[in-house]
Design a protein around this ligand. Structure first.
Ligand code: GRF
Length: 217
């Protein structure tokens, strides 16, 4: 078992929180290098908050609508909550707020996100709908470091799924979500253990110089 202290992780959600729960499950393993210390949301009614509380995690909600149009005003409070909980690594798991350069700079290199497409294809919203329209045969999900530009940061892990004849939006979303639940725990493990290191645009995984298939599925 590793002698390194587990990295203290904060998870931010806006909805049902299934990715957050996949991380909760993974973090139950004694040798998992990360420990979730708090789950926060910008939506007080996010279902995932209830799930997190039921699992015994500290939770908080900061309703962004109460902060008006000034995003940084909201983010200052959000940042303060994370600092109060001594969060070292921040994980966005379906957190539907655009972040300002100020917030990103506070967490640069320590904040990761999951996006439901194979970046750099289909950044932004409605990824499954756009993948169906484009007729791609392979779709999937990406975990990446967050940088000031949306859905562009260095890629940590990717998972691919086929797009089948007759797929509807729900079929494809369900297939991609299953792969999200596989790659997010893998990616967080790689980052929290210090094995995944950013080298320019590439995330290199220590200990895997050749033929590294550790962060794809
Ligand atoms: C996931 O598809 C994630 O990739 C996207 O938002 C969705 C969140 O789902 N960013 P959940 O709340 O984790 O179930």
């Amino acid at each position: 078992m590793s002698t390194q202290p587990k990295k203290r992780v904060g998870v931010l959600i806006s909805g049902r929180g299934s990715n957050m729960l996949s991380l909760v499950e993974a973090a139950k393993a004694p040798d998992y290098p990360a420990k979730i210390v708090v789950v926060g949301s910008n939506r007080p009614d996010a279902k995932g908050l209830e799930h997190a509380a039921a699992e015994g995690f500290a939770t908080f909600a900061l309703d962004h609508r109460l902060y008006g149009k000034d995003r940084e005003f909201f983010e200052r409070d959000l940042h303060a909550r994370l600092v109060e909980n001594n969060v070292e690594l921040l994980v966005l798991a379906g957190f539907l707020r655009l972040l300002t350069p100020w917030f990103v700079s506070q967490w640069q290199g320590r904040m990761i996100n999951i996006h439901p497409a194979l970046l750099p294809s289909f950044p932004g919203l409605h990824t499954h709908e756009r993948a169906l329209k484009a007729g791609v045969r392979i779709h999937g999900a990406t975990v990446h470091f967050v940088t000031a530009e949306m859905d562009v940061g260095p890629i940590i892990a990717q998972g691919a799924v086929p797009v089948l004849d007759g797929d509807n939006l729900n079929d494809l979303a369900t297939r991609v979500l299953a792969v999200e639940h596989q790659i997010y725990p893998m990616a967080l493990e790689a980052v929290a253990s210090g094995k995944a290191v950013v080298d320019g645009f590439r995330v290199k995984v220590k200990g895997f110089d050749q033929d590294d298939k550790s962060l794809i599925c």
